[in-house]
Design a protein around this ligand. Sequence first.
Ligand code: UGA
Length: 446
Amino acid sequence: TGKGSMKITIFGTGYVGLVTGACLAEVGNHVVCVDVDVAKIEGLRNGVIPIYEPGLDEVVKRNAAAGNLEFTTDVAEGVAHGLFQFIAVGTPPDEDGSADLQHVKAVARSIGEHMSEFRVIVNKSTVPVGTADVVRDTVASVLSARGAGVEFDVVSNPEFLKEGAAVDDFMRPDRIVIGTDNPRTTELLRILYAPFNRSHSRLVEMDVRSAELTKYAANAMLATKISFMNEIANLAERLGADIEHVRLGIGADPRIGYHFIYPGCGYGGSCFPKDVKALEHTARDIGYRAELLSAVENVNNRQKEVLFAKISAHFGGDLAGKTFALWGLSFKPKTDDMRDAPSRVLMEALWAAGAKVQAYDPEAMKECRRIYGERAGLKLCDRAEAALEGADALVVVTEWNAFRSPDLSLIKSHLKYPVVFDGRNVYEPEQLRSAGLMHYGIGRGG
Ligand code: UGA
């Protein structure tokens, strides 16, 4: 039948769930994806991929056509299908910044209600330390209410994929973290991940809580690198130094490295902002004040205001009636995701100051329309060049490749004031200056 070797059920068809399901199907397993969102499942059945993610479209369609990847809203069917029950539902931040576990618990209850034989429940969502215990208790209590004595295990198997490179990250992971206290379960996961673990072992096996914390520690460390660089960038600017030289100078030390030390207009996305807050909250819950985490978050919130501050200072605080061309809306290139994107903080500040925005993004236009609708002060342009027409100045917010080598004379001729605010240090100040454009970068005081 072409059905693969292992039966897998995935709850949640967001970034993590859909990519996990598609990639596990790609290596020959039989995967059923379950979601409560009827329209989404209906769409997926008809080949409509709800997110933009390079390569995902083909993998989903190929495996759906082969019968390896199925979509349903039927929870009972999902529980009956997979030996592995992946929980990949959202954990949105609560009002207080802690992770909201209601969807995770709902899936755990469903598994408990419908399960009739041994199941491995795999937590793939980013969930606070202790969540595996919550899932275990939830399933156990539903089972005992049913009077059913079915065995199961709960594993923490966090996902480290990056948006824009998600399929590749899953197919070629740099690590596969497996947190369980049960050797039998470890063995099952080793078999499941064998196709992704060919040349040398990328498995990192540990206890459940360490695995849960590993996920937060990884994201918090990466966010710390960025906030650190942004802080040094702000210092560089005020000290007459150029952060781009400093970046290369420190990156040369292998203990520091060149990766992930790019200053900019702040980190966004669905992970860093949420995860730093959630970890801070976890710390607070156990009576520990996580000073560094608070600082990382505060520096980032401040960094998202830096572009506006530069714009406002340049125009002497008078932005009313001015129009700004915005290149880039997504929180980073190669995604249409605008969650916690710096572009939003900037646009909202510009609107509050009475300015207008003409924006272009290679992928996020639809998302921007969904968030802001048709509103006065926002014009979405279908080309980068069109956004420049009649604008006072240009602001680059996301470093899409398409923005890297623009026609500078065209920028100059379209703008009322020849000034570019470069939130990602995409351009060299000298290069713009020689084209008659003023350049404001991040941390470039030299
Ligand atoms: C991040 C992590 O990189 C993944 O390892 C993790 O699995 C994922 O979160 C998650 O928890 O699901 P992602 O949010 O897709 O992935 O995006 P990143 O590429 O990490 O970028 C995050 C933000 O940091 C972006 O706004 C980006 O512009 C910013 N950034 C990144 C910088 O400002 N400077 C840098 O040097 C690097």
